[in-house]
Write a protein that binds this ligand. Structure first.
Ligand SMILES: [Zn+2]
Length: 278
């Protein structure tokens, strides 16, 4: 069954149709679909996508999302807008207005970026982090994370997934699965692969690849002694966080693209004085 899922997943990617795509249309009915979907004996990729979508919807409702004309929104539109479909996977993004260095991606293709992260990264560095998060979705790490979170709940007997009854997921269980999904640590291998994805994402889109190393250096520095699940998640699966920044640098050198990274100045676009055209 597992192999079949992988083949199917690969097929969807080849066809340019993600499994997440089909689920996003469920909208408000996502939870109902999840309840029915997990009732059987398998927890399919489609179930993973609907459960993720339901969890993200809940988190969206609990956070302040920046408005359409907010500078944060405009900035993320500018950076992310071009990449709404990456390797055949449909992605959607939002900014959470919260002074926290955080970002996450889920199996349904949702990427959420916190304004606190946007404040400390310039455009290229932010793209490097976004590329890393997209990597987790494309590599199906996010799907594995929600499956693991769900299974954990199921194993505790909190969900009726092992019976033929419809699993009744309460709101609080959904919140729990959701937060486990977000906080779940990926393996060292998954992190390295997401880093590599990020580097290739930058390279293939002709962005400055040296920003990858710079972004990781910032996060590595921040993670020293900081209590943040995001930083922990991003950094702790590697013995030496600086190693990741170094790896990106080595790749850039190998590609002949290395240059000491010069951070771009305007981190958040401030309203420029309007110049009158004459
Ligand atoms: Zn990661």
């Amino acid at each position: 069954m597992k192999n079949k899922s992988i083949i199917l997943g690969a097929l969807f990617v080849l066809l340019g149709v993600s499994t997440a795509n089909a689920q996003i249309n469920f909208g408000e009915k996502a939870l109902g679909a999840v309840q029915k979907g997990v009732a059987g004996f398998t927890f399919s990729d489609a179930d993973a996508a609907s459960l993720s979508k339901a969890a993200v919807d809940k988190m969206d409702a609990e956070h302040v999302i920046t408005g359409a004309k907010d500078p944060y929104t405009l900035r993320l539109n500018k950076l992310f807008g071009k990449h709404k479909t990456t390797e055949g996977v449909a992605l959607n993004y939002k900014v959470y207005k919260l002074n926290e260095v955080n970002a996450f991606a889920t199996a349904d293709g949702s990427v959420r970026v916190y304004s606190g992260l946007m404040d400390i990264m310039d455009d290229n560095e932010l793209l490097a982090v976004i590329g890393h998060e997209i990597g987790h979705v494309v590599n199906t790490d996010s799907r594995d994370a929600i499956k693991a979170a769900y299974k954990k709940e199921a194993a505790l007997g909190l969900l009726a997934s092992q019976s033929d009854k419809v699993a009744a997921i309460t709101d609080s269980q959904l919140a729990k699965v959701g937060s486990q999904m977000i906080d779940s640590k990926h393996s060292r291998k998954q992190e390295s692969e997401a880093d590599e994805f990020s580097y290739n994402f930058m390279k293939n889109n002709s962005y400055n690849v040296n920003a990858v190393s710079s972004a990781f250096a910032i996060l590595a520095k921040m993670s020293e002694g900081a209590e943040s699940s995001f930083l922990e998640k991003m950094m702790s699966s590697h013995p030496d966080p600086k190693e990741r920044a170094e790896n990106a640098k080595l790749r850039a050198e190998k590609d002949g693209l290395y240059k000491p990274y010069v951070k771009q100045k305007p981190v958040v676009a401030k309203k420029a004085p309007v110049k009158k055209k004459k």
